[in-house]
Write a new protein. Structure first.
Length: 113
């Protein structure tokens, strides 16, 4: 199983960024997949989740600014990040919950002017 996140980088406050996560090794379209993030000195937290049926949930801190989506044909998970803030600075991870659960390597997002 592989979950390969990409798309991180430096972005100015108020800007936008789109993260991608390429999945392999499991039946992507049948699984819920998530984005988590971990800021320096803080615990990892759930950012957004999307079910196999396309139902989405978001952390209160990103509602209205971030959008999670999936392309089952290409086996890719996305996170569109708009109106980013300094507090969004973190390493972002894609994740497949379950037993066993799978984590990808993170991609660093830095929000700074």
């Amino acid at each position: 199983v592989q979950l390969q996140a990409s798309g991180g980088g430096l972005v100015q406050p108020g800007g936008s960024l789109r993260l991608s996560c390429a999945a392999s090794g499991f039946i992507f379209k049948f699984n819920t997949v998530d984005w988590y993030r971990q800021a320096p000195g803080k615990e990892r937290e759930l950012v957004a989740s999307i079910s196999s049926g396309g139902i989405t949930t978001y952390a209160d801190s990103v509602k209205g600014r971030f959008t999670i989506s999936r392309d089952n044909a290409r086996r890719i998970l996305y996170l569109q990040m708009n109106s980013v803030q300094a507090d969004d600075t973190a390493v972002y991870y894609c994740h497949r919950p379950g037993d066993p659960e799978y984590w990808g390597r993170g991609t660093l997002v830095t929000v700074s002017s």
